[in-house]
Design a binder for this molecule. Sequence first.
Ligand code: AR6
Length: 512
Amino acid sequence: PGAEARSGDTRDEGKLKSKPECHMQLDKLSANRQHTVLIDIKEFYAGRIVPYKGKHVWDSKHVKLPQHYPPNAMEPRWAVTDRALKKLTQRGASVGDVEGAIKMYNPAHNKDWSFEALYTYVERLPKLENNFSHLISKMAKLALKLPELIQHPIPLLRQNCSHTITISQEQISCLLANAFFCTFPHRNTRHAGSEYGNFPTINFSSLFAVRSPRTLEKLRALFHYFNTVTEEATKPIGLVTFERICLHPSKWPEWNKQMENMTNLRVYSKGLIEREGQGMLQVDFASKFVGGGVLGQGLVQEEIRFIQCPELIVARLFTEKLADNECLKITGAQMYSNTSGYSDNFEWHSPHTDSTERDEWKRRYCQIVAIDALNFADPRQQFTEKSIKRELLKAYVGFKEDSNIPSEYTPAVATGNWGCGAFKGDPMLKALIQMMAAAVAKRDLAYFTFENRKQAEDLQRMHELLKSQKMTVGKLYNLLQDYCRYYSHHHHKAKNVFDYISEKMCVRPSQL
Ligand code: AR6
């Protein structure tokens, strides 16, 4: 972390491991049963990034691509889409034209889809920034390249199955342009039990509907992204990997038996995961539907990250809702926008030139892990063994490195108040849980308290105490169970979990 992350923070400034410094050389890029590579690998090693050609399939295991919809039709809907988008490539397309085009191939939504936010965007924003029709024309051209750019089926990352997809940034930009123009079939009705009820939304229709300052700022960032990827000089040339990791129950730790001591922890009251945590494994405080409300009104940690790095949004196309023992790791996403503020104060600030180096697979050294905390309608629920176990498992599956990577090559985890904002978790309990998961995963932690100095000091002290007493994960787990019992009797009058544990440790260290 840079100079900003200093005062009142962690005392020991020894550097935590980060990439590329701790990078272990990768094996040659190759496709196999667990890894789908959407580019041609031979060509890749000859210095070119071109789509891999496969045979298209239309089934429940793969993304249903618009160019193949409906299956076996005389005239696929893509013909209509193609005509509609081609019109937008002509000069002077207005928001009305965009609305007309989208409704042409989505006739079922003629009445219920609104484009209010797009109209407002064009009215409100200064002329220079707002070369709308030119940009729409470039985006339509990009969307139309879908049949050329995606020639291999994209597997759905389904529950209970670890699988990896590596895809080029150009392919992602094309898929996102299609999402913008709402071309993905079968993805507009989403309710429990519907075909894609277990998937996030991907078509952007929900974003266009609500005229709000939040939507406006999101659109500025997204249009900036599309502008960047449609210019020859700035379009990104590299790959991104999406990895769904599902931890089999036989590998779940038995928490009360874990003998590990706490790993290193650096606490920073200033700084952000995405900025000061560069090169580390950066935690996305996710929804089980990755991206959460990014295509709606949500605008907290996860949505902000997805808006800064829109390539993450494509995960919504193929990532089924995360189960308790699963996470999604994304390697190589690029940052396009600098933003400021949070929630209602969020603003698109300026273009971000990402100069992060790339690894041997041409992926930026940027690794993000989406882990969804429990959403506590009643915060008291979190002080139960069941909730604690669930959160430990979720953090552990996110933090755990592939077992064939030695720990000297494992960067620290950059995290913070995971699950403690929208999801109402207790920051002290969550910090302990993350420390325990990190200890078993043998990784250090950089913890950003988001300007909360007092929290930083308390956490630092707690960690020092745990370290000095050689606390093991198993013992701490048992103390947390004691706390749950104590809490269930005292509720709002209960002392906080740090005070409880400190007292137990100081009063009766021999009994620990
Ligand atoms: N770096 C460090 N800490 C941060 C940052 C940052 N960039 N941004 C926020 N925080 P929240 P949750 C701190 O509410 O409770 C989304 O809709 C800040 O203290 O985003 O896990 C998802 O899609 C903040 O209060 O995470 C989920 O549906 C705290 O982290 C849901 O919210 C928690 O951030 C997840 O909610």
